[in-house]
Ligand binder design. Structure first.
Ligand code: SF4
Length: 280
């Protein structure tokens, strides 16, 4: 753990005789790209087990879980989908669902009426237009009801092995904190970050960033004092810098707590999430 700042991002001089100091030079694009790639490498060491935090067994389950994950946690989705997939295992089954029955199952994920409509609509579209299979192309996926670019990229990256950047709220916040981009619009963020990294890194980079955002670099209280990449971060100090206090802010396996998946991959060092109804 290091709280020291990289000179490229504005190192503070130790206290000493006062002399006129020059304002630090703005970071060049090349230096920013090198720093960005280094952050990615260091995050890969911190989170070698980074993975999608939705439980799924096939592309259809991943698509449904991703649609349900809007405005809620992956944990809540994972606690809800076992009953959903038991009742509606295929697009044909879900397309034929009675809306109120499907709504009752997905209710814990919030916005359940709109989500039920999307799930029935996208299942019908899969049945009618894609032979009951989830298509493996962005341009087809975004034609499905309730499926935008972000959802499509999650499905492509994790269901089909097609590289994709997942610009969710964590991704956007962290890349702006790291000064990789100033864009706010997710599509513009995606385009700018795509210029910095080779395609082969996109999917794992997305998982690592989202892992870091959920565990350490939180929206309101980033745990800067416990952050392993603080020395590469121009926003160090935006959150708690006291190491002991920062440690208390860590979440999931970093804080010794359960993760979000009920069935995490075997290399996940944390505990599985509780099922719905178990103590959380
Ligand atoms: S926790 Fe603090 S130091 Fe670490 S990446 Fe976030 S803002 Fe930067």
């Amino acid at each position: 753990m290091s709280g020291k700042q990289n000179s490229a991002v504005g190192e503070q001089s130790p206290a000493g005789p006062k002399k006129a100091t020059k304002a630090p030079k703005p970071e060049s694009r090349l230096a920013m790209i090198r720093r960005a790639r280094r952050i990615n490498r260091e995050l890969a060491e911190v989170y070698p087990y980074a993975h999608p935090e939705l439980d799924f067994e096939n592309p259809f389950q991943l698509l449904v879980a991703t649609v349900l994950s809007a405005q809620t946690t992956d944990l809540r989705v994972n606690q809800t989908t076992p009953a959903l997939f038991a009742k509606y295992p295929t697009p044909e089954d879900m397309a034929a669902a009675a809306p109120e029955e499907l709504e009752a199952i997905i209710r814990p994920t919030g916005f359940f009426r709109a989500k039920a409509k999307s799930l029935i609509g996208l299942s019908a579209a899969l049945r009618d237009n894609f032979g009951g299979e989830v298509p493996g192309r962005l341009k087809d996926l975004v034609t499905l009801p309730g499926v935008g670019r972000k959802t499509a990229n999650v499905v492509l990256g994790n269901g089909f092995g097609v590289p994709g950047l997942t610009v969710d709220t964590h991704f956007g916040r962290l890349v702006r904190r790291w000064k990789w981009t100033e864009q706010e619009d997710p599509e513009k963020v995606e385009a700018e970050i795509a210029e910095i990294f080779p395609k082969s890194e996109w999917t794992m980079l997305s998982h690592r960033i989202i892992f870091h955002g959920r565990r350490i670099c939180h929206s309101r209280k980033p745990a800067c004092g416990a952050c392993p990449i603080a020395h590469l971060c121009p926003s160090y100090g935006e959150g708690e810098t006291d190491p002991e206090k920062a440690k208390k802010l860590l979440k999931y396996e970093m804080g010794g707590q359960p993760g979000q998946r009920l069935s995490p991959p075997p290399d996940y060092p944390g505990k599985p999430a509780p099922t719905l109804g178990e103590a959380e």
